[in-house]
Design a protein around this ligand. Sequence first.
Ligand code: BGC
Length: 733
Amino acid sequence: MKSIILLIVLGTSIIVSGQQKSQIYFDVTKPIEERVENALSLMTTEEKVALCHAQSKFSSKGVPRLGIPDVWSSDGSHGVSDEKLWDEWSSAQWTNDSCTAFPALTCLAATFNPEMSLLFGKSIGEEARYREKTILLGPGVNIYRSPLNGRNFEYMGEDPYLASRMVVPYVQGVQSCGVAACVKHFALNNQEISRGEINVSLSDRALHEIYLPAFKAAIQEGKAWSIMGAYNKFRGEHCCQSDLLLNKILKQDWKFDGVVVSDWGGVHNTDEAVNNGLDIEMGTYTNGLTTQGHFPFSSYYLANPFLKGIKEGKYDMAKLDDKARRILRLIFRTTMSANRPFGRFVSPEHSKAARKIAQEGIVLLKNENNLLPIPVGKYKKIAVIGENATRSLVVGGGSTSLKVAYEISPLQGLKDKYGKEHIVYSMGYASGPSLYGREEPSRLNADSLLNAAVEIAKTADVVFFVGGLNKNYFQDCESGDRKSLSLPFGEDKLIESIQKVNKNIVVILTSGNAVSMPWLQKIPSVVQAWYLGSEAGYALADIISGDVNPSGKLPFSIPKKLSDIGAHAFDKLCYPGDSVNVQYKEDILVGYRWLDTKKIEPLFPFGYGLSYTTFAYSKPSVDMSDLKPDGTVKVSFLLTNNGKVDGAETAQLYVSKSKSAVLRAAKELKAFKKVFLKAGECKTQTIELPISSLAFYNERKQVWEVESGSYLLLLGSSSRDIKGKVDVKVLSN
Ligand code: BGC
């Protein structure tokens, strides 16, 4: 009898402790690592494997039996995509998923303002949270190597320092909403031609100094919870299954504790996917965005073949546990976090944020005789010409294509600003329809369009030409690169024809890439207006009218011709490669680093952008007290807004080292500060420069190293407009 009672008591206590144990992962007062271990200890091998591969086009499984939710991801960097069908790329046609489109990331980078990045990240994070997403598939920080890359508009420009400073607050903003940012595409996905298989070779210096810093900053400073592998190969291995990139650099050296998600269809075999650091496999058996159809998720490389390998002892259980731990950690950080806010969708605050970021990112490239701004009421008849004045620029482009709640076109924005009775519109040129993976010219007659536009230009007081690229295939669009630097659809001819009949012309370019401007000498005003999202037309009209003073600066150089760019200065192997290999022969000299070192004059330099006011810089002075490799230099100067309107200037600090043991770029951006000053206001500015940021990557020792000796600090308004220089001597340790 006694023994029976004991058994019952024991039995009860086993159940109780079992319940307690199984509930730890729900207990948000417990540290995440404890919850991860607890959940893991309760899972079967099958359940762990199920975490590691897709169950639908945009989701992977949680652990239903334990109440651990699925992982839902969504594109993209500048707006939350509409819901897709379970196993297809097509829209599910819901009616409650039309988002706010924020400006594309080239525009964000052009703000040179980390506060805008934080605002962007928070706003898009809120939208993703409201839509119940676990992971937002962005931001993208692949370096702008060639102006032909069809995806440059999704990224943050050509400079690793700028991209690093801008990506960190974006990631923090998104994740403050309880949604994981997924920084992409890791790494070296710098072209779309042959992106699925091209094997990139480059020096260790170029890798560490140019192509990795923004990812490293996103991981180490931004603490990104996930990262997406790239499609291409690097040193013979696909990036989604690259031992060097994922195991060694990301997880071992950078101590990344989050999840590596594959790009969709970026995984190619089980052995490497298991062993080389991938955690979740997505989109296998699909070909980019083109293939529709149903695939057995159970045959994914990280599904049944992985399970079989584990059971046969081919793969170590520790490998599976590591992946499962990371995925559980991500779920506890997001959907199962007690502090997860609720988010909001298409709120007026998001519209305000989109407009503000767009205003700050627009770059005024040229403004002869102060043609701009054009205040409301100044002109009676304004001709708006160009397809981009009315065409949707949030649709197309590949995976970032958006279904939006609204989009204010440039024409609408200008009509609202100046009064519709003062505006006449003519299309001027026509591109074809937006088709994925295919280019189809417009059926409209180009000559009639041109003639009609010239007719209205003749009698207008001023012409706003709104053109540039669009999101069509072979323009700013995933899966293909542009074919040339020129404007498409006969726009050059159209601009030349308009300026013959009206000299008062403002050329407004919407694009995420540099374009050639053969007509530049004849055109008084040029504006780089990016892809601005839902508030495009309002933001543009704010700048054109002078209600907002432009303050954007170029995040990439605009060359006079393609061959002026490092990636295009060599043979085909350097770009786009021979379809098997591509060699980054320009090495560390990407963007302005190439142009400046080779003394090639750009059309518009990196960091350049005009304002409706002017700024004066005093001579910079330096606090030399702490010039050890672990110290900081403080550069101070007076910045004065000596014009008549309030405005903002981005002061940029470049560094140059003439005597060095290694190749150095003529100058490199190492710090910047965006300053808002009222008309007439003058303020002392201090920019801090950690000496460690002067380091180069020592390939032989595989470490970052600060050379002692002289460095020239160059304070400027752009990479080519240097206002003052100071010499500093860095001491050795
Ligand atoms: C793109 C990714 C995107 C994914 C899902 C891929 O084709 O390269 O950037 O997140 O599709 O749409």
